[in-house]
Design a protein around this ligand. Structure first.
Ligand SMILES: Nc1ncnc2c1ncn2[C@@H]1O[C@H](COP(=O)(O)OP(=O)(O)OP(=O)(O)O)[C@@H](O)[C@H]1O
Length: 517
């Protein structure tokens, strides 16, 4: 990082935000210098999102000052933040699929900004070349990969001459190759004096790229550090205190009998920009974890929806559980036979936002809690309360609405709820997405224990490190095709990264038998 001048880019003093029953930010003080890449770390519910939303003008703090380039400012809306030169890339992108890159970027610019820029497409091409972003202004967003979409979001900030770029878990959706590309862009921006504030739970990335880190716990700053003089383990300790154990080299298993089959599954996309599944074949064994890597949008959602029954098209001959065709059964009937699911989208599909945690527990427990037509609320309450304690879900109790939980805490709740049903087959997408290191360890161990009891687990994830850690066998999806399935010990990140980019597809059409396990 170059020392540009001594005036800080951003200084926060005593930022405080109280939600009903929860002090999300408690007198937070923090300084960012020009060109500094700064990580904001902390366990789930520590207050990171609340703080960045305050900086971006989405959340109004109850107390505290924001000093920007040496002057006190009041950021009461994102447009004020953008005018100051603050850009934010959220975890969920906000692009219109039916518009081009250029049209999407135009939508967030004021008339004055557009007049100043002149030819927007030319400006995008210029910036794209300058930063190696490889963004084509004429492409339609629906034709872009997730990594490309993220670069459009970054471009959207760059055309507005960003001085502080905030990124919320930017690498969770990228292939390893795309992560390397993103880090290159961030380093260039930093050299030019742009400050970067980076929320992440991937500590090895923090030690690789960040100049400084601030660690939050319970809404307070508990530590700061220079990440490249630390290790992921020492940073984890600052975040969650002593970790009893560390995730490392779990035993791989072979699995026993084949319990769940997907056979010759081809299915046209249901949504206009969805993915068509192309002759998917896989066999899942009891007592194994099968990991499927892939960049979001390559058929994972469609595969999950058809397996769970959420997509109710009849695929009778293509899905079987314990040699019983289940492709024509509805979701509830499949659950009764011993299937459980954790979808990618927590709010809306994994849990009903306005319902309490107890009600959300009842929704997926098809085999219990209802006797003679009556709901057994007392039992549900006890069960939910035990689940909250076991997975250390931070909330105000069983009656909390799902939407009031932080992302990581809701994820812990949903994982715990599904694992707790002791399913025969668990299909889960992104089991630890947005979950802090301590909770991720607990979830990993619960998944392994479930496997060791004989359950078959299909793990769909963009977190390639996690797949290598947990999966006994692995494959990747790209454009609706499934790559060959291989034992995890016989492959490596490079090969899976290439499969995620689709290098196996031509070979597959020449040699269809390679698709089989
Ligand atoms: N609108 C809200 N109403 C009530 N409580 C809220 C609201 N938004 C956040 N909270 C609470 O504030 C605390 C901090 O939440 P925040 O989302 O900032 O945490 P976080 O560090 O970003 O967590 P995660 O890593 O899980 O995303 C949490 O306990 C959360 O439940």
């Amino acid at each position: 990082m170059k020392k540009h001048n001594l005036v800080s880019r951003l200084e926060l003093t005593n930022i405080t935000k109280q939600y009903p029953g929860c002090l999300a930010n408690d007198n937070i003080c923090m300084t960012l210098m020009p060109g500094e890449i700064h990580a904001l770390l902390g366990e789930n519910g520590a207050g990171k999102s609340t703080l960045v939303k305050t900086i971006y003008g989405v959340v109004a703090p109850d107390k505290g000052d924001i000093i920007w380039d040496g002057k006190e400012v009041s950021i009461t809306s994102p447009s004020i933040a953008r005018d100051l030169g603050i850009g934010m890339v959220f975890q969920h992108f906000s692009l219109f699929e039916t518009l081009t890159v250029s049209q999407n970027i135009e939508l967030c610019l004021s008339k004055a900004q557009l007049d100043k820029i002149g030819d927007l497409a030319k400006r995008i091409t210029h910036l794209s070349n300058e930063y190696g972003l490889n963004v084509n202004p004429t492409r339609y967003v629906h034709s872009l990969s997730i990594g490309e979409r993220q670069r459009v979001e970054i471009m959207r900030c760059l055309v507005q001459s960003v001085k502080l770029l905030i990124l919320d878990e930017p690498t969770s959706v990228l292939t390893p190759q795309e992560v390397a590309g993103l880090f290159g862009v961030l380093r260039t921006l930093s050299k030019e004096g742009c400050s970067i504030l980076f929320i992440s739970h991937k500590l090895h990335e923090v030690t690789e790229i960040c100049h400084k880190a601030t660690i939050l716990r319970g809404g307070k700053v508990v530590d700061t550090c220079i990440p490249n003089s630390e290790t992921p383990a020492s940073i984890a300790k600052m975040m969650v205190g002593d970790l009893a154990e560390q995730d490392a080299g779990y035993i791989k298993r072979e699995g026993s009998k084949q319990i769940f089959h997907v056979k010759n599954l081809s299915l046209p996309a249901k949504q206009p920009f969805g993915t068509t599944l192309q002759n998917i074949n896989l066999e899942l064994k009891a007592g194994e974890i099968l990991g499927i890597a892939g960049v979001a949008g390559n058929g994972q959602d469609e595969l999950m929806a058809i397996i769970s029954g959420e997509d109710d098209r009849n695929v009778k001959k293509s899905l079987s559980l314990d040699n019983l065709d289940i492709g024509h059964l509805h979701a509830g009937e499949r659950r009764k036979l011993g299937m459980a699911y954790v979808p990618e989208e927590r709010l809306g599909r994994g849990a009903v936002p306005e319902m309490s945690l107890m009600e959300n527990t009842l929704l997926t427990h098809s085999n219990g809690f209802v006797k003679n037509g009556l709901v057994e609320w007392k039992n549900i309450k006890e069960y939910t309360s035990a689940l909250i304690a076991k997975y250390k879900v931070k909330c105000h109790g069983e009656f909390s609405e799902a939407k009031s939980l932080s992302g990581g805490n809701l994820q812990k709740f949903i994982m715990g709820r599904e694992i707790g049903q002791n399913p025969k087959v668990l299909i889960c997408a992104h089991p630890t997405w947005g979950v802090d290191v301590g909770a991720a360890l607990a979830i990993h161990q619960a998944l392994l224990a479930l496997r060791d009891q004989g359950a078959a687990i299909l793990l769909i994830s963009e977190d390639i490190d996690e797949l290598f850690l947990l999966a006994d066998r692995m494959a990747a999806v790209c454009d609706g095709h499934l790559s060959p399935l291989v034992k995890t010990e016989t492959t490596n990140i490079d090969q899976i990264g290439q499969w995620m980019a689709g290098t196996f597809i031509n070979k597959l059409s020449n040699h269809p038998q390679e698709a089989k396990a």
